[in-house]
Design a protein around this ligand. Structure first.
Ligand SMILES: CC(C)(COP(=O)(O)OP(=O)(O)OC[C@H]1O[C@@H](n2cnc3c(N)ncnc32)[C@H](O)[C@@H]1OP(=O)(O)O)[C@@H](O)C(=O)NCCC(=O)NCCS
Length: 137
């Protein structure tokens, strides 16, 4: 994966091609990322405050994060292609996220994501529901 690179943009500046790729690359009906993305895109002010961090190989998105306004703060969701998990891609995206959101609010909700976020304990924040998954991970 020598050609991989991180691309960070606000949602307002994302290309239609990039939008289609990330719209299809998430947990779909089983997670909040897809619905949140289309909601934010329909709100120009929110789209300007939303950051998309993509790890790309040419035009292909391998792993990405959505940093979006959520009440007074921002929340960050992550997604890595299933076949590429556990290879450090999410960690690269996390490092890039921290440049726009130094202490991201994250949502551990499975053992897998619990393990991932546990790695960043102390430099990310999660709520009580997330702690349950961190303890189990
Ligand atoms: C959570 C997720 C984004 C992690 O992405 P990833 O690219 O696999 O992350 P990394 O490879 O950088 O893993 C980082 C750490 O997480 C842990 N980890 C991740 N996947 C793991 C797995 N399948 N088995 C064991 N540990 C794992 C490891 O401790 C790893 O630490 P290491 O770098 O010291 O090995 C990915 O599993 C995913 O997309 N899951 C579905 C969506 C989701 O749950 N998102 C999070 C909530 S919004």
């Amino acid at each position: 994966m020598a050609r991989t690179r991180i691309v960070t943009k606000t949602l307002a500046r994302i290309t239609p091609e990039e939008y289609l790729k990330i719209y299809g690359l998430n947990l779909r009906g089983n997670g909040g990322m897809q619905g949140e993305l289309s909601y934010l895109r329909r709100n120009p002010d929110r789209a300007k405050e939303t950051h998309i961090v993509m790890l790309k190989d040419g035009p292909t998105v391998l792993s990405w994060a959505l940093v979006f306004p959520d009440g007074k703060e921002r929340t960050t969701y992550f997604y890595t292609r299933r076949a590429l998990r556990g290879k450090g891609l999410g960690t690269r995206v996390m490092r890039a996220v921290k440049k726009v959101e130094p202490v991201p609010n994250v949502c551990p909700h499975t053992m897998e994501s619990g393990r991932f976020f546990k790695k960043f304990e102390g430099s990310v924040k999660w709520d009580e529901a997330g702690q349950h998954w961190i303890d189990r991970a």
